[in-house]
Design a protein around this ligand. Structure first.
Ligand SMILES: [Zn+2]
Length: 414
């Protein structure tokens, strides 16, 4: 840890412990202090190493009462702007209907598409605001949100505009991803290639010209889009200089991760059915694996992603809520941490790295977010816990004491 002393400090945290998440480990500093200047972290280390006149040079001193400071969570895969509700489907599934069967019957995603098309921007913003607030209150400071419930130009742009609005109105950093190739809209039921043409020739240039998404994603799966169709979207994404992400190998091995790696994707997400050759290709191209235990849990899946292979190949593993109405209505990163450990066999350290620095990697933000290091954004959460693994252990308990985003205090519990 660099210990260069800044001229002036805005906030000084004392009497704390820090899990910096630097160097791909918890990297714990006990009996620590942390200084913030402007929007960035300016110093972190042992409190006893604080220079003598340090405290006199800061605006605000916060005593953490021996609590823990971790980087704010990076929830790197959500679909949290949608209209309507799918709670009725939850009951259908409990009565035996599979996700696949519901999807084939025109339910599932398409019922959300209909409700999202009919909703106004204000209605979508109001609904999504509640979800963003829930995530923020549980320590999320950076968030990715995908479009993909419009499946026509007008509604896809409407969703992306709502995401932009959320980014402007909430303190969190919110990144938008265009997922036009999420499902086939009803008006193209017999013309999959025609829809992909609409996505690549009409929607993507428009999204690019409006500057309202930085990445493009595709749902590559036998119930969604084929490998050649995915390639077509990626080629266009490369031409238009979008970052690339992929929903890959969730329900079957479609070789999606192999293709995405060829295009140097930032991440491949889900990956339950990933082959060894697909994983090796990801490793060669530095692609992050985003694991989504909420969907695995909610769909009662049994095929787990190859965590041991990711370990062996040193592929970074991110974890995320996948917050969406059909397969993961989960609004809590700490619950996801617990699921990642219990369902996927990740260690607490791996799960916490997944929710911080590796989440940032999946969004290409690891130079500024995801760990506590000098010069990085001061996105910090003070937790009322005895040790970092408590965040994985106490499923459903909110232990947030304070959330700071870019040096500003956004939430403080009494
Ligand atoms: Zn998803």
């Amino acid at each position: 840890m660099v210990t260069k002393v800044p001229d002036k400090i805005d906030t000084l945290f004392i009497n704390c412990n820090i899990a910096t998440m630097a160097d791909n480990a918890l990297s714990i500093i006990e009996k620590a202090a942390l200084a913030v200047k402007g929007k960035t972290i300016s110093w972190a280390g042992k409190e006893k190493d604080l220079p003598g006149n340090f405290k006199t040079r800061c605006q605000k001193i916060i005593d953490c009462d021996n609590g823990w400071i971790l980087p704010g969570f990076v929830d790197c895969h959500t679909h949290l702007v949608w209209g309507g509700s799918r709670s009725n489907e939850f009951e259908m599934r409990l009565n035996g209907a599979s996700y696949e069967k519901i999807s084939k019957k025109g339910g599932g995603i398409l019922s959300t598409v209909k409700a999202t098309r009919n909703a106004s921007k204000n209605e979508l913003f109001a609904q999504a605001s509640k979800r963003v607030t829930a995530l923020l209150n549980q320590g999320v400071t950076t968030l990715e949100i995908k479009s993909g419930y419009g499946l026509d130009l007008e509604t896809e742009l409407k969703i992306l505009a709502v995401i932009k609005n959320l980014d402007e109105n909430f303190p969190l950093d919110i990144k938008a991803t265009f997922l036009g190739a999420h499902a086939l809209p009803p008006e193209y039921q017999n013309d999959q290639d025609g829809y992909i043409d609409l996505v690549t020739e009409t929607m993507m240039p428009k999204v690019k010209s409006q500057g309202i998404a930085t990445a493009v994603d595709v749902f590559c799966e036998h119930i969604a889009f084929t490998l050649p169709q995915t390639r077509k979207v990626f080629e266009k994404a490369r031409d238009l200089r979008f970052n690339i992400k992929l929903h890959a190998e969730q329900l079957s091995d479609s070789n999606g991760a192999f293709l995405a790696s060829e295009f140097n994707a930032m991440s491949c997400d889900h990956l339950e059915y990933l082959s060894l050759s697909g994983a090796e290709k990801m490793a060669r191209h530095g692609v992050t694996a985003v694991l989504l235990p909420g969907a695995f849990y909610f769909l009662k899946e049994t095929q787990k992603p190859p965590v041991e292979t990711f370990r062996n190949l040193k592929i970074p593993m991110a974890v995320s809520t996948d917050l969406n109405p059909g397969s993961s209505p989960v609004h809590s990163m700490t619950l996801i941490l617990n699921m990642a450990c219990i369902l996927f066999g990740m260690t607490c350290e791996e799960a916490l790295l997944g929710a911080t620095i590796n989440g940032a990697r999946a969004l290409g933000l690891d130079q500024s977010k995801g760990s506590i290091e000098t010069g990085k954004d001061a996105d910090l959460v003070v937790w009322d816990i005895d040790k970092p693994s408590d965040l994985c252990y106490f499923a459903g308990l909110t232990l947030v004491d304070m959330v700071m985003i870019k040096g500003g205090i956004n939430k403080k519990n009494p």
